[in-house]
Design a protein around this ligand. Structure first.
Ligand code: ADP
Ligand code: MG
Length: 248
């Protein structure tokens, strides 16, 4: 498998008036084409920092990051849809900002709306949609710019539990259907096991990699179906013990 992103011994610390806050230490990993990598770790361990490093918002203090920044899409915790814009106009926003709105890219955006059941809602505003539909809109807005790698920062954490499971299932299946590479960060272990091809477990701050685990699920299972399996329970109890050891 070809790698589309590589971290080599990356360290990062925030500097403030009170001194230095080490956030990440000695992070080495890679992501392959079409791989779904999940990074799981306790709150404050440096997960968002890691995504900001990948996206190029901040630079590593030590170590190297290799990858093509031009083909990355970033989806945040809140959907960040603009309330005064319709769903259609929200979805076209990324293209407008990047000056890439052409008849072709517009047609592709409409195709995605159609394919993922949002076309009939295109003239509605975000507050007229459910939380799940808004997250789907946010994902499609990210997909219209045709990124090779998607970064997802705890994208379901604002949703209630029931919705969260369904939306995770929905978003996961769209990402697989579109054959994207993805890095999802979460503090939710069961979410990590239900969605990833591989899991990296980070320690509490400063985040270091304490464990990497490839998940061996039948590829035809959805994330909801994974949760029903014994394999899921086995991974969960194994990693749960590990995570309890690292939370201070
Ligand atoms: P996570 O996303 O895993 O919850 P973050 O990457 O947001 O963690 O933050 C990692 C650590 O760095 C946290 O302890 C946080 O308090 C600290 N931190 C984050 N941003 C800043 C900042 N701008 N200045 C100083 N410290 C920060
Ligand atoms: Mg975070």
């Amino acid at each position: 498998m070809k790698n589309i992103l590589e971290f080599r011994q990356v360290c990062y610390a925030y500097h403030s008036m009170d001194g230095e806050v080490p956030a990440l230490e000695n992070i080495t990993f890679s992501v392959g084409e079409k791989e779904f990598l999940v990074i799981v770790g306790p709150s404050g361990c440096g997960k968002s920092t890691l995504l900001d490093l990948i996206f190029g918002l901040i630079r590593p203090e030590h170590g190297e990051i290799d990858g093509d920044r031009n083909t990355i899409g970033y989806m945040l915790q809140k959907d960040h849809l603009f309330g005064w814009r319709t769903i259609e106009k929200n979805i076209l926003l990324g293209l407008e900002i990047q000056h890439k709105l052409t008849p072709e890219t517009h047609a592709y955006a409409m195709e995605l709306l159609e394919k993922y059941g949002l076309y009939e809602f295109r003239k509605k505003h975000p507050n007229e949609l459910s939380g799940g539909m808004r997250q789907r809109t946010a994902l499609i807005r990210t997909l219209v710019t045709k990124p090779d790698l998607l970064l997802l920062d705890e994208p379901f954490s604002a949703l209630d539990y029931q919705t969260r499971l369904n939306v995770a299932d929905d978003i996961g299946s769209i990402i697989r259907k579109e054959e994207k590479s993805a890095i999802l960060v979460t503090h939710d272990l069961s979410e990590a096991i239900s969605m990833g091809d591989r899991i990296i477990v980070l320690s509490a701050r400063p985040g270091t990699i304490v464990r990497t685990l490839s998940l061996a699920f039948d590829p035809s299972l959805s994330s909801l179906q994974r949760r029903e399996t014994d394999t899921f329970k086995k991974y969960f109890s194994e990693l749960w013990k590990e995570m309890n050891n690292i939370v201070p």
